[in-house]
Design a protein around this ligand. Structure first.
Ligand SMILES: [Zn+2]
Ligand SMILES: [Zn+2]
Length: 301
């Protein structure tokens, strides 16, 4: 699974960072989290294929997180995208998108489902379970926790051979069904499978001050993506505008016990001194990276 950062700036684009968007690329799906203005331009220089994007998750309706959405959706249609697209986001998203499509005469070649989210909601999307919680940002804003399903263990071929079971269609049955029959006896499939593999968990938070909901969403996650708009020197400013500092993001990661922290949503004021953000975060939580546009982070699973 790859976390590919399309835009990592805060509020407005700078020469180095476009506004927010992140692609999660997995063999089973490609998803976008937020879609700031010019996200589709960024996609042109990325491995993301618009036709393959099956779901978009919007964290909140501030323009730097959604102004690229109508353009991206139109282009997906123009590029022969015909499969369904599901868009999740806060209340108001449906009205805004439908009005935009209507006013601009945009017709899509695919079905689009716009689902408005609420605090505490959970749902399934392409075999993953997604949990939603409200964050704290002077404006309704949400975070997403995505859990992959537990996978069955590897087939214990040696044990099956001891019973004289040859490889073939029965092996598939043993992986898929609870029990199977061989030589007139019924066996439990689980006795012939290795330990189940726990599913990966990743948490993507939108704009927020450090908060309990963020920690809960991130608990034990393999990857946490957290905003780091400001450094220590702007801590009061960060709080006033509903944002976090890099150090505060690291404290959330530490408290939640995540494996890795990826920082994004960096203010343009740090253009030539971004290292200060990474240094402050790593003082608290070593396994941290400060993401740039077109940087990515991979995990197995
Ligand atoms: Zn923002
Ligand atoms: Zn915002």
């Amino acid at each position: 699974m790859e976390f590919y950062f399309l835009g990592t700036g805060a509020g407005m684009p700078s020469k180095k960072r476009n506004v927010s968007s992140l692609a999660v690329i997995h063999p089973k799906m490609t998803w976008l989290f937020d879609c700031g203005e010019a996200t589709q331009h960024q996609i042109l220089h990325s491995p993301v294929r618009p036709r393959k994007v099956s779901a978009i998750f919007i964290t909140h309706l501030h323009g730097d997180h959604i102004f690229g959405l109508p353009g991206f959706i139109s282009t997906r249609s123009a590029l022969e995208g015909t499969t369904k697209l599901t868009v999740y986001g806060p209340r108001g998203l449906k009205r805004w998108l439908e009005t935009t499509f209507e006013v601009t005469g945009t017709r899509l070649r695919f079905g689009i489902e716009i689902i408005e989210i609420e605090d505490g909601m959970s749902f399934e999307q392409e075999g993953f379970t997604v949990h939603v919680k409200a964050l704290e940002h002077r404006f309704p804003a949400f975070g997403y926790r995505v859990e992959a399903k537990e996978e069955k263990g590897v087939l214990q071929v040696e044990r099956l051979k001891e019973l004289g079971i040859p490889s073939g269609p029965l092996y598939r049955d043993i992986k898929e069904k609870e029990e199977f029959e061989w030589g007139g006896e019924v066996y439990q499939s689980i006795d012939f499978l290795g330990p189940a593999k726990t599913g990966k968990i990743f948490t993507i938070l939108g704009d927020t001050v450090p908060c309990d909901a963020g920690i809960e969403l991130a608990r034990g996650a393999d990857v946490l993506v957290h905003e780091a708009t400001f450094s220590d020197e702007e801590e009061l400013h960060a709080y006033r505008f509903g944002h976090a500092t890099a150090r505060q993001a690291a404290l959330v990661a530490k408290e939640a016990g995540v494996s890795h922290l990826l920082l994004n949503h960096v203010s343009a004021r740090y253009v030539d001194r971004e290292d200060v953000l990474l240094t402050e975060a790593r003082e608290v939580f070593e396994a941290t990276d400060l993401m740039a546009d077109h940087s990515s982070y991979r995990i197995k699973g």
